[in-house]
Design a protein around this ligand. Structure first.
Ligand SMILES: Cc1ncc(COP(=O)(O)O)c(C=O)c1O
Length: 387
């Protein structure tokens, strides 16, 4: 007998597979820097999924979008438009990477090759993302990690002591992964340039929030040489969409290799074939949200983060002062594991504090439910301790 419509002999297994294939909902995700893409970004990604911006001469439509994406990112990051239009198919001062890791790695690679010294080193604050450890390893550059100050920002004396005539790059973080801190970027540039090194700002997460703050972080604020800004984090593009920008085309040029079998003569990206989804969704998200949509979201996230910090303090928890919207708190022994067991997707800083990143999907309503669970698990822990 033929199976019933919609089922097979193994109908049950098929249904199970389909259930497993559903993407995870964001409603309990509290520590991730990914979020729900903007609907226009999702639609654009779908349309350009199979095009390859790494071969701009063949895929002219997506190449045009990548020029628009980079121009928009430059605008957000305070880089003035070039006086002459590009005479190449693709963008000349940056590109849409697979994420912050690729952007940071390529910034290190560019600085290493432009600096041209033997045994080059890279100076980063200890708050820098682990992608710099990968970059240093892959590129054969010595990684010099220096302490941060009491407010968890790069300590400029420590950076100055670490640089020497073999330093290729000094990194400042504008929106650190654990605490949302912004390093003293103008001071770091001076230290870097005085020693002949380049200066890179990692604003992978912070880049779409910082335009609405008073922080000095971008090309307009200081003579930095390169910057990471990821559309797939606070920019609301789809994953994967990172952003790398250089002040000068020379930063990109040094990355380019000849590509004899393609229609396009050279390629600067680290990956070869790239999906056009990241590029197209970056343009769509920025067109939909820059600047007012991003401003509204920054203001909302800032309010929510400060409210959450207050709620946790009222409960007697030690909470780190909020800078950009990440709340870091000590919820006490045992709470973290119990909260994860209740389905909260939560992570901790290296020092063991719980970390909530207020991304667009993290609402007050979600956090009220979270706080109710915090109260219950802390009561459980206390009851366990006193029994
Ligand atoms: C500041 C910073 N830089 C770089 C990265 C790496 O980005 P990706 O995971 O997109 O490679 C992250 C990731 O969270 C980050 O927070």
């Amino acid at each position: 007998m033929p199976p019933e419509k919609g089922t097979t002999k193994r109908g049950r297994r098929v249904r199970n597979c389909m259930q497993q294939a559903a993407p995870q909902a964001f409603d309990r995700v509290l520590s991730s820097m990914c979020t729900e893409p903007h609907p226009a970004a999702r639609a654009a990604a779908e349309r350009f999924l199979a095009t390859n911006p790494s071969d701009p001469a063949t895929y002219a439509e997506i190449a045009d979008r990548e020029r628009r994406a980079v121009a928009a990112l430059e605008d957000i990051a305070g880089l003035e438009a070039p006086t002459e239009g590009p005479d190449t198919e693709g963008p000349t001062r940056g590109y849409v990477t697979s994420g912050g890791t690729e952007a940071n790695l390529q910034a290190v690679r560019s600085a290493r090759d432009r600096r041209g010294v033997d045994d080059a080193n890279l100076v980063v604050p200890e708050s820098a993302h682990f992608s710099f450890a990968k970059a240093a390893d892959v590129l054969g550059v010595e990684l010099r990690t220096v302490p941060t100050d009491a407010d968890r920002r790069a300590d400029t004396d420590a950076v100055a002591a670490a640089v020497d005539d073999r330093t290729a790059l000094v990194v400042g973080v504008a929106g650190s992964t654990e605490y949302g801190r912004v390093d003293p970027i103008p001071e770091l540039v001076t230290i870097a340039h005085d020693s002949g090194a380049y200066c890179h700002v990692d604003a992978a997460w912070g880049g779409f929030l910082l335009p609405f703050t008073d922080y000095a972080w971008n090309f307009a604020d200081a003579p930095i040489d390169s910057l990471t800004i990821d559309p797939h984090k606070c920019g609301r593009a789809v994953v994967p969409a990172g952003g790398l920008l250089f002040r000068e085309p020379a930063g990109m040029d040094v990355l380019a290799v000849d590509t004899p079998y393609l229609e396009s003569p050279s390629q600067a990206s680290l990956t070869g074939t790239r999906s056009g989804a990241g590029v197209a969704s970056t343009v769509a998200a920025i067109e939909a949200l820059w600047p007012d949509g991003y401003r509204r979201e920054y203001e909302r996230a800032d309010r929510v983060a400060r409210w959450l910090a207050g709620e946790l303090r009222n409960r007697g928890c030690a909470v780190v002062d909020v800078a950009l919207p990440i709340v870091v708190a000590d919820l006490g022994e045992g709470a973290f594991k119990r909260l994860r067991a209740r389905g909260w997707r939560l992570s901790r800083t290296e020092s063991g504090l719980v970390r909530v990143v207020v991304m667009p999907h993290v609402t007050r309503e979600t956090l009220r439910a979270f706080l109710a669970d915090v109260d219950e698990v802390r009561a459980d822990v206390e009851a366990g301790a006193s029994s």
